[in-house]
Design a binder for this molecule. Sequence first.
Ligand code: C5P
Length: 305
Amino acid sequence: MITVRVPAKVNVQLGVGGLRTDGFHELANVFFAVALGDEVTATPGDGVTLTCSGPDAHAVPLDDSNLVARAARLLAAHHGIADPGVHLHIAKAIPVAGGMAGGSADGAAALVACDALWQLDTPLDTLLELAAELGSDVPFALLGGVALGRGRGEILQPLTVDGTFHWVFAVADGGLSTPAVFRECDRLREEAGTGSSDTDVPVPEADPALLAALAGGDAAALAAALANDLQPAAVSLRPGLADTLKAGTEAGAIGALVSGSGPTCAFLVKDADAAAAVAEALRASGTCRTAHATYGPVPGAAPVA
Ligand code: C5P
């Protein structure tokens, strides 16, 4: 039996370029792995079967559409294993369809868990390639830490970070569909008259001030540089998120943004005590379902000792 722990992510910068002809958007995407995470446990089984536990377990599909099942089958196919046998249990803490790449994280964890269970010793570079086939956010969940993602988010460059940053995540009722949020971003750009294709929108670049804030461990500077080009689209689809962002800021967060495509909202705070206080205030605010205090960066998917 192998249990793999895997982090959720927040994008401290999500620069969204134009819509490419392949249906993806060109990104400058600074991923940041946080301690809020899932665990995927692989045990020998018959075929590929899944179970899930946790508060949102009912919202997790347990068929072959789940990235966990797809990861197991992809790894098996890569190694010429015709009839893979594994049972995978997902202990789910990351909000489902929440903009924190929880499904992608589980896919990355399944790659690592099956690789260990089947004693395949797949090189990391190969796992990263398989991860990119599964989804744009899956490679980062293997790496963890902080990384700049280019292309559709899958071309990763690890970034230097000094120290630990403290975060609070406000979890909404229900999720948002990532493709729907990207579509709304395009629609808002068309409405504003700027155009939405990759010939209209400049290729986004990582913000040097944000990279310096990470390298210097400067939470105030990072708070000032937080940016998410998908935020207007997420708030347009879910106007109540504006209240959540306001509630966290009024409770003392130094920075606030929608996490990825939302609807989870992320709050940067100055230390662990502030995280506990802001989480408590958000839970009491009535603007979210619950709130979690956490920190990062943390490593990517790895077996639990
Ligand atoms: O890669 P992944 O399967 O996670 O992407 C889900 C969807 O999100 C894509 O089908 C696309 O609609 C949207 N997306 C995008 N540009 C990206 C990443 C995702 O438009 N860079």
